[in-house]
Design a protein around this ligand. Structure first.
Ligand code: AHR
Length: 525
């Protein structure tokens, strides 16, 4: 590289697969300035990072709801009204803001009336999407809303458009939110709940282009318009209506929905999974090499391109950004753990998941002008979990630790960031080497989340805080010796965040050396 080093630019955090240029002024020679330079405009900041970007998704799938949350009142596992205490406590600790339920594909075959009333009288059903197991409906509307109350988070319910009726959807909302005398409110009272609940987020179907009815966009747009008409605001409750959105690069779906029904929605969902190697039995969650590591982070980072493409379509119809992009399913999708039910999607979770989480959350933050909510799939025991359980045992994953470290960004003001960093390359491909996001909280404290994606090279960084005179800096780091470090029931603390020492504050500038394959969050006052 004659005359300089190659740098990836992550301008204002908005471009991930960055332009590569020669930057003659910086050299990796010892004693010179660090090759990764970050400028944070502390005196600026227009948008708030909606705390719901740190939301989650839990479906009736495998051992997520049953075993993961619900153990039943008579279980020896400590519980409150059937909901396990350890899981609630862990999720409260990271301030889970919102939880989406009951699916997923399950939502469009779920009939909510089967999940209310005395448990022994609730009819069962076959969970056709996920293992063909019998669902006994013991966890239903009351149990979910109790779970959200115990978690201190907002419920987000996804209704059944694919195989349900308009009346069924309308009555669900009446059952939950109406405070007067009505058939549904009276039924709720009969089932032991006098007061209505508050319900803000309601999805009108899930993946209706696929498991939710195999619909074409114009057909779904009309169905959406019809169903949402009867999703009413009762008793002072205001529903935020979320239409089913696209997957991946399908901007045609977004285009049609925005054009035909944009005025009837508050949010439009979007789904994207990181599936290195495709849906095969070759993408182990724990047994991988650097090629797989690179591929995973490359694919995870792709979500930024997709957000930009879908946001551009939304801008065309909604330049004021009234409609929120609701990324209500995202995360890594690996092969199930050997010996487990393929339909249960139970996978382990390593430092690689931590890096892709940090990278993705930084991207979501940087698009918080449009992205108002995101829900990682699926919290406990399914896909990219925060928590794994085995009977009475519970462990948290590296992904959990990133949500813990990043919770400081919730409802903080996004600060513009310019990053000049060395790319991370494999063979002839390059991705961004350093991912950065910064915010200012209500107390004026600045938090900077940094991911060094390179598993071999440390990243010396120099942070210039424009418009601030910091007096202290501290941090936490999540890293490990090996790329596939993970927690197990035998070794639950193999990987967890520790205080970060390799950071200094000098003449108002922060310098740090990020270890290879690490997630760091700095607190600057
Ligand atoms: O999260 C697993 C499944 O992925 C969901 O049920 C569905 O919406 C998506 O295809």
């Amino acid at each position: 590289m004659a005359g300089g080093i190659k740098l990836g630019i992550l301008a204002s955090g908005f471009i991930l697969m960055a332009a590569v240029l020669t930057f003659a002024a910086l050299r990796t020679v010892e004693g010179q300035e660090p090759p990764n330079r970050i400028i944070i405009r502390v005196d600026q900041g227009e948008y708030t990072i909606n705390k719901n970007i740190y939301g989650h998704f839990s479906e009736h799938l495998g051992r997520c709801v049953y075993e993961g949350y619900w153990v039943g009142e008579d279980s020896p596992i400590p519980n409150v009204r059937g909901i396990r205490k350890d899981v609630v406590e862990a999720l409260r600790k990271i301030r889970i803001p919102v939880l989406r339920w009951p699916g997923g594909c399950f939502a469009d075959e779920y009939h909510w009336k089967n999940g209310i009333g005395p448990k022994e009288k609730r009819p069962s059903m076959v969970n056709t999407h996920w293992g063909g197991v019998t669902e006994n409906n013991h966890f239903g509307t009351h149990e979910f809303l109790d779970l959200c109350a115990q978690l201190g988070c907002e419920p987000y319910i996804c209704g059944n458009l694919g195989s349900g009726t308009v009346r069924e959807m309308a009555e669900w909302v009446e059952y939950i939110t109406f405070d007067g005398q009505s058939p549904m409110a009276d039924l709720r009272r009969q089932n032991g709940r006098d007061e209505p609940w508050k319900l803000r987020y309601f999805g009108v179907g899930n993946e209706n282009w696929g498991c939710g009815g195999t619909m074409r966009p114009a057909y779904y747009a009309d169905e959406y318009r019809r169903f949402q008409t009867y999703v009413k605001n009762y008793s002072g409750n205001r529903i935020y209506k979320i239409a089913c959105g696209a997957y991946g690069e399908n901007t045609e779906w977004t285009e049609v929905l925005m054009r035909e029904a944009g005025g009837n929605m508050h949010g439009l969902s979007y789904h994207y999974y990181t599936v290195p190697g495709g849906w095969s039995d070759k993408n182990s969650a724990t047994d991988f090499d650097e090629v797989d590591w690179f591929e995973t982070l490359k694919l995870a980072g792709k979500i930024e391109e997709y957000i930009q493409e879908h946001a551009a379509v939304m801008d065309k119809y909604d330049p004021d950004k009234r409609v929120g992009m609701i990324i209500d399913e995202w995360g890594n999708w690996f092969e199930v753990e050997p010996g487990t039910n393929r339909g249960f999607l139970y996978q382990q979770n390593t430092l690689r998941d931590a890096l892709s989480t940090g990278l993705t959350l930084n991207i979501f933050n940087s698009h918080c002008d449009r992205v108002r909510m995101a829900n990682l799939a699926q919290t406990v025991n399914v896909l990219q979990s925060l928590i794994l359980t085995d009977k009475e045992k519970m462990i948290v994953t590296p992904t959990y630790h990133v949500f813990d470290m990043y919770q400081v960004h919730q409802d903080a003001v996004l600060l513009p960031v310019d990053v000049q960093s060395i790319p991370y390359s494999q063979d002839k491909e390059e991705i961004v080497g350093l991912s950065v996001s910064a915010s200012r909280d209500a107390d004026g404290t600045i938090h900077v989340s940094l991911c060094n994606l390179d598993p071999k090279q440390e990243a010396p960084v120099d942070i210039d805080l424009k418009g601030a005179k910091p007096t202290s800096v501290s941090g936490r780091v999540l890293t490990a010796e090996v790329m596939n470090a993970h927690n197990t029931f035998a070794d639950p603390d193999a990987i967890f965040p520790i205080p970060f020492d390799a950071v200094r504050l000098q003449d108002g500038r922060v310098t740090a050396v990020l270890p290879p394959k690490s997630v760091v969050v700095l607190t600057i006052k």
